[in-house]
Ligand binder design. Structure first.
Ligand SMILES: Nc1ncnc2c1ncn2[C@@H]1O[C@H](COP(=O)(O)OP(=O)(O)O)[C@@H](O)[C@H]1O
Ligand SMILES: Nc1ncnc2c1ncn2[C@H]1C[C@H](O)[C@@H](COP(=O)(O)O)O1
Length: 225
């Protein structure tokens, strides 16, 4: 992807959100190249808990959440210190608002563990290392499209996970984003929008420019039509 001239501040933080397989990592790479920003990825290889977690949610949910929180904090601290423009693959809001809550609701995290996790999360987001994103890009599509992407990417632990888990996650995302008001939100629908097409990426960049100074909680839908 060639770089695209833009009017975003050189210190912008653009954060991508969306369910597993939606296309966040792919678009993080594309947008970072287009904007000449630094990509900040969520590391899956080398995560010491992820496989165990998918094999036994009850045993490993708390450990995995603590691990992700620590990783996000380190990433956020590095971004804060560098002060450059970043495109970030997944927000910390999804950890607590979706993943941890899902496991708590399903009885895989105890009250005490969930309380400990939440209080650590709250202490962290109140820290100056945690600026809110300038724009959150929310990627979504039909459940079938998302499932096809999970299958085609081929992470065995995800493929072996029951469809009911992905349905629950998908529904939670839809509810969560409706009431998300921390920053402006750009919605991308993968069924009607091809994020790999350079013309589409230009449109995304223009929409980011439009949203960068919009009030927190403004939602804009880009559906390629
Ligand atoms: N625009 C796209 N068109 C078609 N397939 C895509 C597109 N973006 C991502 N994918 C594919 O979907 C799968 C999941 O994408 P990925 O970026 O890893 O998602 P996430 O980071 O949200 O889990 C990968 O196999 C990827 O190659
Ligand atoms: N906070 C989280 N809790 C549980 N699982 C998580 C969390 N954050 C990410 N994950 C999982 C989901 C996927 O299997 C991988 C990577 O996510 P992706 O959406 O593909 O970037 O980690």
């Amino acid at each position: 992807m060639n770089s695209i001239p833009h009017k975003l501040s050189s210190r912008s933080l653009i954060t991508l959100a969306g369910t597993v397989g939606a296309g966040k990592s792919t678009l993080t790479r594309t947008l970072a190249e287009a904007l000449q920003f630094t990509p900040a990825f969520e590391k899956v290889d080398g995560n010491p808990y992820l496989e165990d977690y998918y094999a036994d949610f009850k045993k490993w949910s708390f450990h995995l959440q603590m691990y992700f929180l620590a990783e996000r904090f380190k990433q956020q601290k590095a971004m804060h210190e560098e002060g450059l423009g970043y495109v970030q693959d997944r927000s910390i809001y999804e950890d607590v608002g979706i993943f941890a809550k899902l496991q708590y609701d399903q009885g895989n995290m105890s009250d005490r563990d969930f309380d400990t996790y939440q209080s650590l999360f709250e202490a962290m987001v109140m820290n100056p290392y945690f600026p809110k994103p300038d724009v959150l890009v929310y990627i979504n599509g039909s459940f079938d499209s998302i499932m096809r992407r999970i299958q085609s990417r081929g992470r065995q632990m995800e493929i072996d996970t029951p469809v009911s888990f992905w349905e629950d996650l998908y529904t939670r995302y839809e509810t969560w984003i409706e009431s998300f008001t921390e920053c402006p939100v750009l919605h991308l629908d993968i069924d009607s929008y091809d994020c790999s097409d350079p013309e589409s990426v230009k449109e995304i960049v223009h929409a980011l420019e439009e949203l960068q100074n919009a009030p927190a909680g403004r939602h804009l839908l880009l559906n390629g039509s």
